[in-house]
Design a protein around this ligand. Structure first.
Ligand SMILES: Cc1ncc(COP(=O)(O)O)c(C=O)c1O
Length: 371
């Protein structure tokens, strides 16, 4: 197949290559178990809206007012997620980011601004981009060992803070770690960092925050549990069709925004132009679901995760999961099975994630494949 972009350009027949790609992606949905993305989505109604530029710039509260005027949509996304995260929406800053990584970068950057001498503490199972963020922001990265379930070890965290006593601490707690779906205990983390002095607690809730919010026994995970900033992914549980995320922060921690004269906008975000489509997708998804729809989605997914644990137990693969997580871990099957079901693997473990498109029928077929 010829993907080359030529000197002269070609024509509309090139769309067939993209349709082929699309059809290939669609065919994979029925066997996509290993990654925490939501494939039960349908945004085809947006097709008619793509003959204009969907752009937003600046803070959702005071941003530049281009013709599309997306600020009210973005403000509502931020308000809704702030409430779910235990924040006081009227005192919460936030915006739609390019994904979980930018949302984490923003939260950690706020911590760095508050505590310029502080190291960045994070669990060994935190997302790989967290360490990179420490390097980018020129912070000392301090990787803390984790317990067997994948959550940060508070004893090791305390010991690391004692060794660096008095410098302050910027800490990333992960709610839903990438491989284990583990949830760092915020009360234990806050207690452990006492010796460090002042702190900024950023919660990477990209994967598990919204699950934790609606779990039968919700673990403490948001602002009401001590978070200063929170990152939530947009293309995971919410199900945007492009990567995006939302960062939230206690408003008083966000410094004065840059006043951008040529835009007549105030901008505290990390980018200039941001994806207006992501804003529109997130608003549309949340508006369709509402709080009760999101809760029902989480309950259905948790039931599927339970079903998967029962089914995998019968195959002898010794599954386990955190009670407030959709990630089901089990012994790593042969490579051919991992490939066929797009399983994520790490060492001798594999996992599936009971996202909204994952059905009991898929689990049954998968278990039959395991033999
Ligand atoms: C816990 C966690 N944080 C952050 C990220 C990064 O998010 P993104 O890929 O949207 O940048 C991921 C990605 O899977 C993740 O699992």
């Amino acid at each position: 197949m010829d993907f080359a972009v030529s000197e002269t350009g070609s024509g509309s027949e090139d769309l067939t290559l993209l349709y082929d790609q699309y059809n290939g992606l669609r065919r994979r949905h029925a066997g996509f178990l290993g990654y925490p993305v939501n494939l039960a989505i349908d945004y085809r109604a947006f097709g008619e809206l793509l003959d204009t530029l969907w752009i937003t710039v600046g803070d959702p509260s005071t941003g530049y007012q281009p013709r599309l005027g997306l600020q009210p949509f973005e403000r509502e996304v931020v308000r809704f997620l702030a409430k779910l995260s235990g924040a006081r929406p009227d005192h919460t800053y936030g915006y739609v980011t390019s994904g979980g990584t930018e949302a984490n970068l923003y939260g950690i950057h706020l911590g760095r601004q508050r505590l310029p001498e502080a190291p960045l503490y994070f669990g060994a199972t935190a997302h790989y981009t967290v360490e990179r963020t420490a390097l980018l922001l020129r912070m000392e990265p301090v990787r803390i060992p984790c317990r067997r379930d994948g959550s940060i070890d508070p004893v090791a965290l305390r010991a690391a803070c004692v060794r660096r006593r008095g410098r302050g601490a910027v800490v990333v707690a992960t709610v839903g770690t990438t491989v284990h779906g583990a949830i760092d205990s915020l009360p234990e983390v806050l207690d452990a960092i006492g010796p460090a002095g002042r702190h900024h607690l950023h919660v990477d809730a990209a994967l598990g925050g919204l699950v934790a919010a609606f779990a039968p026994s919700p673990p403490p995970w948001g602002f009401d549990a001590g978070a200063d900033s929170v990152a939530i992914s947009g293309h995971k549980l919410i199900g945007a069709p492009v990567p995006c995320g939302v960062v939230l922060a206690r408003e008083e921690l966000v410094g004065s925004p840059a006043e951008v004269d040529y835009l007549s906008a105030a901008d505290s975000t990390l980018s200039c132009s941001r994806s207006g489509l992501s804003v529109a997708f997130l608003w549309y998804a949340l508006r369709q679901l509402g709080r009760s729809g999101l809760a029902a989605r989480v309950h259905r997914c948790l039931e599927t995760a339970d079903y998967a644990v029962r089914a995998l137990s019968r195959t002898g693969h010794r599954p386990w999961r955190h009670p407030a997580s959709l990630t089901v871990l089990f012994e790593r099957p042969p490579a051919s099975v991992c490939r066929r079901w797009r399983l994520a693997t790490s060492g001798n473990l594999a996992h599936l994630v009971a996202m909204p498109h994952v059905t009991r029928d898929m689990i049954d077929r998968f278990c039959r494949d395991l033999g």
